[in-house]
Design a protein around this ligand. Sequence first.
Ligand code: ZN
Length: 474
Amino acid sequence: MDFEAVIGLETHVQLKTRSKMWCGCANEFGASPNTNVCPVCLGLPGVLPVANAEALRLTALTGLLLNGTVSRYAKFDRKNYFYPDVPKNYQVTQFDQPSTVGGFVEFESQGTIERVRITRAHLEEDVGKNFHFERQSGVDFNRAGVPLLEIVSEPDIRSPDMAYDYLNALKQILIYGGVSDCDMEKGMVRCDVNISVRPKGQVQLGAKIEIKNMNSFSGVRRALEHEIPRQIAILKAGGSLSQETRRWDDTLEATENMRSKEDAHDYRYFPEPDLMPFAPDDEWMEDLKARVVELPLARKRRFMSDYQLPASDAETFVNDVPLGRYFESIAKGISNPKAVANWVINNLRAKMSESETTLADVRFPPGAIPELVELVETGKISGKIAQDVFGEMFETGETSGNIVNKKQLSQVSDTSVIEKFCDEVIAANPKSVADFRAGKTVALNFLKGQVMKASRGKANPSLAGKILANKLNS
Ligand SMILES: [Zn+2]
């Protein structure tokens, strides 16, 4: 019997706000423990929360970016549980009336376009962080109250690779929208994985097993690569699975049981009495629409169709947003955008990394690269000379046209001049000439190289090759 995996992901993302969700404390990673705290985020008695307006906007914006619906009525609830890193002993979260519902993420996976539906995206607050020392433990509350968005997918994912690609696509969308920096090193994205297996063709879902607190996408993939065969092996051996929560141990490369269904929490949700429900008006919704950006996949498709770029170039510009923006700013209306893209991706990027500079430091004017392309395409300079010209453009900020004129680098296409170079080379290399005439065709390349050298790289290479071959064959 063939089995298939059914996977859904709950992705927690820290929002890119200056301050925390309910107070003015900085939303900042890496500060000394318990320095970004106040009575509100420490959960002291008598305090009142004030919702962070930008966090509400970023949550709704995520809904739009994920093709979902922004609720015109959302409310906050208390999720009650006792844990040292939760100072209030409850977490404020959107429960039954989240800010955004529905939608989907479209992305490329294993060469095809996949679509994973989104159930909801709701706003909540992050918790503090426990530290365990040799003889005692401590809690850092700097992270407590940081706005956290939970994006819940439908169980549409079928493989570890698809899960990995979905997470990367989601991350890229959130970075594009300015919703989150999604810095994994700083724990800005964490993930819970829901996984079950069932015989192929069966509609009913198998027992749901949750793997909690994954903090890397490759970890999610590894955990699934382990967990799917584990579950299938149990079913094939005639065993049964029951709902449970497991944790992934990356060093042991195994999942282990944390708790079963019987130990599931009863969170006793009830509406948060200190916060008004959030009911955005038309004007707020309009302002939000202005913040919608082009999504990465759409951008890639547009770069491929508008500029006839191959997928790899388009992907480079999608991943490096400033570079893509620069390319677009100089490639509009250009007859050969692919050549311009080559200069930007291969040469400009290399020069910038060599000199540890950025696009802001580029000194030549926007039209300089298209002009260089034009000089090569019209045969005015050779590709090799163009490399030198580009180097000088980058150094001095001068345009390619100026450099070519000043240094008299124009390619020589005057046949009488090239013939003179060829005669010199033939006279100076009798052995190679004899080799060529004896049938060693490689000797022609050597002689052609000598002609180019004699002309200091300025001879039109194809013309030089033709003239040389004529002379040798006659
Ligand atoms: Zn605070």
